[in-house]
Design a protein around this ligand. Structure first.
Ligand code: NAD
Length: 286
C-alpha cells in the first residue's frame, strides 16, 4: 500500500504472488474454510488466501457489500477455490447456527477462522457497558458458539482446526482498551480449551500480531490521539509502532498467511499455541 497515507503501512498487498502457497492435500475444493469478519481487513485477506490455496471459503460478515468485494478480490487474483458469501450477525445466536449450517453444505467443514472484531477506546471509568457487551459477543461468545457448532462437522471430516485472531493485547495490555484486552486474553483461553477438547483431531491455535493496516486501526487513530493528547502522526509512530523493532505495520495478507500455515499439515503440532508475530513488541524494550 505505497499510496497509503499511514506511516509504516507499506507492507505487501493482497495479490496472488504475496499469498503463501502451501502444498497440502486438504487444501482442495471439498475442504470448506469458514472465515468471519471476511468483508474487510484481515478476514478478507484470510478468505482470499485460503481460496487461493484451493479451499472453498464460506465468507461471513454483517457487511454484505464488503463480502461482495471479497468475492471480487478472490476472482481478480485468480483463486482456485471459490468464496461464497454468507451474510450474518455474530451477535445473533440463530445467525451463528445458520452460518455454520451454510458452510457445512458447501463440502467438508474443516477450518474455522474467527477473525471478526471491533475496537472501542475509552478509559474504564467511562467505558460504556453496552459496548463491552457487544465486543464480548462478537469476539468471544461468537467464536465459542461457532466452534461448538463446527466441531461435529470437523470430527466427521476426520479432523480440522480453529484459528482465532488474538493480538499483542492478548499478551499485554494498553490503557483505554479494557474490553479489547479482556477479549484478546479470553480468546487465548478459548483456543486452549478447544485444543483440550479436540482430542488431537481438531486443533486450535491463535494468531497474535501488533498493528495491522486495516480500517479497524485507521479508525482508532483519531480517538487515541484525543485520549492521549497527541497528534495522529505521533499515535502511529510512538504509540503503535513505538515498541516494535520492525518499524512498519503488518499488512492483512501477511496475517492471512499465518492462518494458511496454521491450518495446514505443516502445523500439526500447533495445538493450543499462539503464533506471536509482533515485530518484537512484547518481548523487548529500549
Ligand atoms: P476490520 O474492521 O477491517 O474488520 C472487522 C470485520 O468484522 C468487519 O468486516 C466487520 O463488519 C466485522 N464484524 C464486526 N462486528 C460484526 C458482527 N456483529 N457480525 C459479523 N461481523 C462483524 O478489522 P481488522 O483489523 O481486519 O480486524 C480483524 C481482527 O483482527 C479483529 O479480531 C481484531 O481485533 C484483530 N486484530 C487486528 C489488528 C490490527 O491492527 N488491525 C491487530 C491485532 C488483531
Amino acid at each position: 500500500m505505497t499510496d497509503d497515507p499511514i506511516p509504516g503501512a507499506d507492507g505487501p498487498e493482497l495479490t496472488a504472488a504475496n499469498v503463501l502457497d502451501v502444498d497440502d492435500d486438504r487444501y482442495a475444493a471439498d475442504s470448506v474454510a469458514l472465515v468471519t469478519g471476511a468483508a474487510s481487513g484481515i478476514g478478507r485477506a484470510t478468505a482470499v488466501a485460503l481460496a487461493a490455496n484451493g479451499c472453498t471459503v464460506a465468507a461471513t460478515d454483517v457487511d454484505a457489500d464488503g463480502l461482495a468485494g471479497t468475492v471480487d478480490r478472490a476472482a481478480e487474483i485468480g483463486a482456485d477455490g471459490t468464496v461464497q458469501p454468507v451474510e450474518g450477525d455474530l451477535t445473533d445466536d440463530a445467525d451463528i447456527e445458520r452460518i455454520v449450517d451454510a458452510a457445512a453444505q458447501l463440502g467438508e467443514l474443516r477450518f474455522l477462522a474467527n477473525v471478526a472484531g471491533l475496537q472501542h477506546v475509552a478509559p474504564i471509568e467511562e467505558f460504556p457497558a453496552e459496548q463491552y457487551d457487544l465486543m464480548q459477543a462478537v469476539m468471544l461468545r461468537a467464536p465459542t458458539l461457532l466452534s461448538k457448532h463446527a466441531f461435529p462437522h470437523m470430527r466427521e471430516a476426520g479432523g480440522g482446526a480453529v484459528g482465532n485472531m488474538a493480538s499483542v493485547h492478548g499478551h499485554y495490555t494498553t490503557s483505554d482498551k479494557v474490553a479489547y484486552n479482556v477479549c484478546k486474553f479470553g480468546i487465548r483461553g478459548l483456543t486452549q480449551s478447544l485444543a483440550a477438547e479436540g482430542d488431537g483431531d481438531v486443533r486450535a491455535f491463535s494468531v497474535s500480531t501488533g498493528y495491522v493496516s486495516t480500517p479497524l486501526v485507521t479508525g482508532q487513530i483519531p480517538d487515541t490521539a484525543e485520549q492521549r493528547g497527541l497528534t495522529e502522526q505521533a499515535v502511529v509512530e510512538d504509540v503503535m509502532l513505538g515498541q516494535s523493532r520492525t518499524k512498519r505495520m503488518m499488512s492483512p495478507v501477511e496475517v492471512a498467511n499465518l492462518f494458511v500455515f496454521g491450518f495446514s499439515e505443516h502445523a500439526k503440532h500447533l495445538n493450543g499455541g499462539d503464533l506471536l508475530f509482533d515485530g518484537g513488541m512484547t518481548g523487548t524494550y529500549e
